[in-house]
Design a binder for this molecule. Sequence first.
Ligand code: SF4
Ligand code: SF4
Length: 358
Amino acid sequence: MGYASKVYFIKVAESDPADAVSARLAELVDKSRVLDAVGPGDKTAVKMHFGEEGNTGHVRAEYAGIVCRKITARGAEPFLADTNTLYRGRRTTSADHIKLAAEHGFTKKACGAGVIVPDDTKKGSVTDVEIDGEFFKTAKVASIFLKADSIVSLAHFKGHIMTAFGGGLKNIGMGCASREGKLAQHSEIAPIVYLERCEGCMACVKSCPADAIRSEGGRIVIDPAKCIGCATCIAECVRGAIEVDWEAGGMKIQEKMVEYASAVLLKKKKHLAFINFATKITKECDCLAKDDPRIIPDIGIFASNDPVSVDKACYDACINASGKDIFKTVHPDRDGSKQLKYAAKLGLGDLDYELIEL
Ligand code: SF4
Ligand code: SF4
């Protein structure tokens, strides 16, 4: 980019009342002009994580509503969107996911925008995007994000077991991927079966499109040579007996996630805005079905049109606030700077930024 991107910032403390934060968020959106990336007539995807059941770290519905109404005021049509999860929970299927989002306050009435969670099994819901990555030549992305005229990422900035931290890059890279795309980022090989949880219902065998699962004397076996990594069996097993092999290929997950992010971001340049909430910063992500405690005090909300700068600004602020790389402290095997450096290398944004506090 050649010049430092601007990152706008408002301080937020845990004790701040929600209506005061709402007013400051509206001010941040207006003064930062990040929504200049949204044009009149745009269909704008507001990429969210609606939070797993019992988790309270996710961006609150009222804050999403503020951003959606600002998008509408620009003559655009916002919709709130996320993709289904790789693991079993309340966000595995589109119907359950939308229901949970509503329970968390994400409704058209409250937010001024409907909720869309595409079903990967429906024709046309996933698009293969050609990329020239080190790990992928094709990224499998939910089509709604590619069809949108502009994308506004609303991300909770927090720790993550695999990627050290997650912010805007993860919200797009992992969050816009189809289930098959998510599995490809998490693991290089087939899922694994935990036989002690298996009750032999055979649903996985019947659902596997590659005929890669068989029962051998009542033991479920996955043939890695046949497995195409579609992740159907993970969603199908109601016993949670089939899981991603979290260790396999896991050390390169940040780079893979960034390559997936590039499949979306490089197609939408100049039509992107990122708002990161560095509040209720937890050790793990919002996929955890429990209320994870803070690991550092709240910092604030950051806004930029540059996904690398906004994540770097949040990362730096967390280091400054804790006097150390807090994410490395809680996840010693992970180095979050990897995703930032690789994203800059792929041209997704700038590591240098100018921080402007409002
Ligand atoms: S779907 Fe799950 S419980 Fe049923 S046979 Fe497969 S692994 Fe076992
Ligand atoms: S990931 Fe897909 S192809 Fe592989 S075993 Fe499971 S259902 Fe079959």
